[in-house]
Design a protein around this ligand. Structure first.
Ligand code: AHR
Length: 325
């Protein structure tokens, strides 16, 4: 118990020290400690997402213990175990991959600590018993939006045979699986499209560069019509390589990307990317609202998806709504 009280104090102090000392929405929130296991810092999206969760915890007046796992599943498992040992009130957790969580989430369940999944999902036969709520994007719908754009573009440009190389995210992660599935399901029936390759860039800019270099060596500059990349970081890396090789991105090779960070949206406006599918990192406020409702004994929704869309060169890019995070 003493350990727990110390954790509460430490967590509240951590919230204050991290600049999250805004007025609590409810004075009782001060006693609530949230353990947040973030998966890494692989992209601008991830960094914005961490900030969003930390800022929202501060605004709600919760104590927050953040552990960043640097892309290692074992570190996330360790972090969750430490939150259980400290008896936090709620665990907020962004799983790097979908599988391998049953044991640790069963431990949280036995300790009566609710788990809110943020950003990514888990996959397990017993998944329904292992978490209380999910807050994050509908990644399948994002993949569909990428495919829908490509169909419109192919129609507009009267493209007949479209060779697509996919640069995918972290294998076995929800955005990787669902962005791929949504895209394939959307273009699948249309005989104009051929997926010539699919390689993982792990959501990292440096790997986006490596993937693009590999693809150019393998297929040559005239062997690829479209790059479908699962996030902006990898796309921006690929874009650098295209330009270094004298290839005009968005013209010689079409670029479709997901996230909507400022640099990618600026590149879209400058005619260097064709389509940006939005995925918002601003999930913290909704997560903390659910934490507050849970602590107050109110029912909370099982799944919450933020509203998202897509921007492309087929739209009016002077619209002020076209902006990145
Ligand atoms: O899970 C969301 C994805 O993870 C974002 O698209 C990507 O940028 C991040 O690394």
């Amino acid at each position: 118990m003493r350990k727990c009280a110390m954790a509460v104090l430490a967590a509240v102090l951590m919230g204050i020290l991290s600049g999250c000392a805004a007025k609590p929405a409810d004075p009782e929130n001060r006693a609530v400690v949230v353990g947040f296991s973030q998966l890494g810092a692989e992209s601008s999206w991830r960094i914005a997402n961490t900030k969003s969760v930390e800022a929202a915890a501060g605004q709600y007046g919760f104590g927050l213990m953040t552990e960043n796992a640097n892309q290692k599943q074992e570190k996330q498992i360790d972090a969750i175990r430490s939150f259980i040992a400290y008896q936090v009130d709620v665990i907020v957790f962004s799983p790097i991959v979908e599988t391998g969580w049953d044991n640790v989430l069963n431990e949280a369940k036995q300790a009566n600590i609710p788990v809110i999944l943020v950003d990514r999902m888990i996959a397990s036969e017993n998944a329904d018993d292992l978490y209380t709520a999910y807050v994050g994007a509908d990644f399948y719908a994002e993949g569909c939006r990428a495919g829908e754009y490509l169909i419109r573009k192919a129609d507009a440009e009267r493209m007949e045979h479209v060779r697509i190389a996919e640069i995918s995210g972290t294998p076995d992660s929800t955005p990787m699986r669902d962005r791929q599935r949504g895209f394939l399901d959307t273009i699948g029936e249309d005989g104009r499209f051929e997926i010539i390759d699919s390689i993982s860039g792990d959501f990292l800019r440096s790997k986006g560069e490596e993937c693009m270099t590999f693809l150019l060596e393998k297929y040559g500059r005239d062997g690829i019509d479209v790059i479908y990349s699962h996030n902006d970081s990898m796309t921006l890396g690929a874009l650098d390589i295209l330009e270094k090789n004298g290839i005009q991105p968005a013209k010689d090779i079409l670029l479709i990307t997901v996230d909507g960070e400022r640099e990618a949206v600026e590149a879209l406006k400058a005619g260097r990317i064709n389509c940006v599918v939005q995925c918002t990192p601003e999930l913290g406020d909704e997560v903390m609202r659910l934490v507050q409702d849970l602590k107050a004994g109110r029912e909370i929704p099982r799944v919450t998806h933020p509203k998202e869309g897509a921007f492309s060169d087929l739209d009016d890019l002077t619209d002020p709504a076209v902006e990145g995070f």
